[in-house]
Design a protein around this ligand. Structure first.
Ligand SMILES: Cc1cc2nc3c(=O)[nH]c(=O)nc-3n(C[C@H](O)[C@H](O)[C@H](O)COP(=O)(O)OP(=O)(O)OC[C@H]3O[C@@H](n4cnc5c(N)ncnc54)[C@H](O)[C@@H]3O)c2cc1C
Length: 323
């Protein structure tokens, strides 16, 4: 039986909050999540969600978090309830890459794309196999795993900076996993939205994922096959807060994806969605003195929250153990 050592409150119930809470509970903390909203009403629900370090910092620590998360997500692929599958795909590049990506040795089946796999306007690419998470099935599985470890989840709680100070003075470990919400809760105006719009179409029209790195100034294009749908994307609109679906953007996404994967033509649309990635020059994962206590911040994962979450959660446990 797990020995309970101290109380921990995790603020936020997206992928970052849930994974942090799970790792803390596994380490023996009595964990409670408090959040404004949970699945299906989080940004994490919108994620495509393929393991890939996209729109996040390039650093050794980020590479470590990403590879730790990759290994854990790979291990979940054998459990259908976890909503994670391993999918082979291709990243297309506008110009041949001189160097291999830093993460190439960690992913499955990595190789340079063959000539027949790359057509203009692309000039190179990489083929590899990575986990794809079917959100929100995966988020439900995370919540169930936390509850099985004795943790609890309270939603409808909208915290303000004074609440954060009060909590920090009352509870041994407070972890701030509020994503874009940290802009107000942690008074951090370096956190900003990176708007992403997607179209979900019926599954079965694409077998491999495709990511097309744009020539400068063009939008990123991706096709992510999942058991429940195929996700077509996307946009990366820095500083844009608009949550309404833009029909002309949806039509452009669809056209770009069909140009990459012609078999998508005629695939029935399931839904449209917009999410605001929590952009930041670097993930904030550190301890801050706060009122009479301290807060562990874990936010700002940009376009890679699913990709980094488990590695960051391990770091949260290490920081929680420091006095
Ligand atoms: C279109 C799109 C595609 C993406 N694709 C991928 C992908 O393929 N791979 C990948 O790794 N990532 C992807 N991402 C990025 C990923 O979705 C995010 O990095 C991730 O969801 C961030 O998780 P989070 O838990 O920090 O934030 P969120 O999911 O936003 O959760 C934040 C939590 O904090 C709560 N909260 C906020 N403020 C407060 C407050 N004041 N008081 C109480 N609670 C509060 C919220 O209610 C919520 O529960 C994608 C994002 C988008 C939009």
């Amino acid at each position: 039986m797990t020995r309970r050592t101290s109380d921990a409150v995790v603020i936020g119930c997206g992928v970052v909050g849930l994974t942090s809470a799970i790792r803390l509970a596994e380490a023996g903390h009595r964990v409670r999540i408090v959040a404004r909203a949970a699945s299906p009403h989080t940004t994490s629900d919108i994620a495509a969600a393929v393991w890939f370090p996209f729109r996040t910092e390039r650093s050794d620590r980020s590479l470590g978090w990403a590879t730790a998360s990759l290994a854990f997500l790979q291990s979940l692929a054998g459990d259908p309830a976890a909503g994670v599958t391993l999918v082979e795909g291709i990243k297309l590049l506008a110009a041949p890459a001189a160097e291999l990506p830093a993460w190439h040795a960690a992913v499955g089946g990595f190789r340079r794309a063959r000539r027949g796999e790359v057509a203009p306007p692309y000039a190179g690419g990489f083929v590899f196999t990575v986990p794809v998470a079917q959100m929100p099935v995966h988020l439900a599985w995370l919540a169930a795993r936390l509850r099985a470890l004795g943790g609890s989840i309270q939603t409808g709680v909208d915290l303000t900076p004074p609440d954060l100070e009060r909590l920090a003075g009352q509870v041994g470990t407070v972890v701030n996993c509020t994503g874009l919400g940290a802009r107000e809760l942690a008074r951090d105006d370096t956190v900003h939205p990176i708007r992403g719009q997607i179209v979900r179409v019926a599954p079965g029209h694409a077998t491999r994922f495709v990511q097309a790195a744009p020539a400068s100034g063009e939008a990123v294009t991706y096709v992510i096959p999942r058991p429940d749908c195929t996700v077509l994307g996307g946009t990366t609109e820095v500083g844009r807060w608009e949550l309404d679906v833009d029909p002309s953007t949806a039509a452009a996404i669809r056209a770009r994806c069909e140009a990459l994967v012609p078999a998508l033509a005629g695939a029935a649309v399931q839904s449209h969605a917009v999410g605001l990635r929590p952009g930041r020059a670097a993930v904030r994962l550190e301890v801050e003195r706060c009122g009479d206590g301290r807060v562990i911040h874990n936010y700002g994962h940009g376009g890679a929250g699913v990709t980094l979450a488990w590695g960051c959660a391990g770091e949260v446990v290490r920081l929680a153990g420091q006095t």
